[in-house]
Ligand binder design. Structure first.
Ligand code: FAD
Length: 262
């Protein structure tokens, strides 16, 4: 990565202007940006914008775009609201040094196929807040993208949701072969599946099978797992074949659902 011009804006207005009018590239943790050889004409470092927080705000929790994975993993507030869900989701990502750097904003913005975190955020029904004032369903953003330069400010989590994460990796430091998060929102179930190896998608048919029953039977859970594998598209890559992913997924979905149901 080569940055020809570097800016460190002191306000969201300034950052947004640099990104939207001068086509600047937002810099979060820069861990992913530095993995490629692209030349960046204008790098816009978001470090001074006060976007590093996990805090309560009414009926949801706000996570600032510059919040690191390590902060998600160790946040007492997230643990109090969601148990070990965030720790389970991000603790497989390489090592603590990297998790001290990589950000929520860089993850959501990148819409990476392999993402662990985006799967959990989609399943919880998170919303993405773009500066100056656009709030969109995060799962929809992951599917469709933004279509224009954007500055992600924060992510909103509904506090009523509870979820469980499952993934499979060949080795700890690798990307997942497949991952899933199941969540009970308080009024219905959500199941998200990522690393197919394409990006996270919700499993609408599996969610419909579970309906609004907070205590689905083992049989219903098993058929939701099978439906998730049937309705999604899988691909083959260096880590696993599409068939293998399809075979593994129902087991992971079932385990995640059973953990949430209890
Ligand atoms: C070696 C390595 C291994 C990894 N392994 C895994 C893994 O196993 N599982 C997994 O889920 N993830 C993995 N990741 C990805 C990681 O979790 C992050 O998703 C990724 O590094 C992006 O976060 P970042 O802070 O580095 O973003 P950056 O590199 O700073 O930015 C990434 C992209 O997002 C844009 N961006 C950043 N912040 C914003 C913002 N606020 N608004 C708008 N655009 C923004 C940037 O312009 C850029 O296009 C890995 C990353 C690395 C480097």
């Amino acid at each position: 990565m080569e940055i020809l011009k570097y800016a460190r804006p002191q306000s969201m207005d300034e950052a947004f202007r640099l990104i939207s009018e001068q086509r600047g590239t937002a810099i979060g943790g820069a861990a992913w940006l530095r993995t490629n050889t692209k030349t960046i004409a204008l790098g816009v470092d978001l470090a001074d914008l006060g976007l590093e927080y996990v805090r309560e705000a009414g009926d949801h929790i706000e996570i600032g775009a510059m919040t690191t994975y390590r902060e998600l993993e160790t946040s007492q507030l997230l643990r109090a609201r969601f148990g070990a869900l965030f720790e389970a989701t991000v603790s497989h990502v390489v090592g603590i040094q990297l998790r001290n750097i990589i950000t929520v904003g860089g993850t959501v913005a990148g819409r990476y196929g392999f993402s662990d975190l985006n799967t959990t955020l989609c399943a919880l029904g998170a919303q993405a807040v773009f500066y100056p004032d656009q709030t969109v369903d995060l799962a929809e953003f992951i599917e469709k993208g933004a279509g224009a330069p954007f500055l992600l400010e924060k992510v909103l989590l509904p506090v009523s949701a509870k979820g469980a994460y499952r993934q499979m990796r060949i080795s700890e430091n690798d990307f997942p072969i497949i991952n899933t998060t199941a969540a009970w929102t308080g009024s219905g179930w959500r199941i998200a599946v990522g690393s197919r190896p394409a990006a996270t998608r919700l499993c609408q048919k599996a969610m419909a099978i579970l309906g609004e029953d907070p205590l689905p039977s083992d049989e219903t859970i098993a058929s939701a797992g099978r439906a998730a594998a049937d309705e999604l598209q899988f691909g083959s890559d260096i880590r696993a074949s599409a068939e293998y992913r399809r075979e593994i997924l129902p087991v992971l979905v079932r385990r995640a659902l059973m953990e949430v149901r209890g």
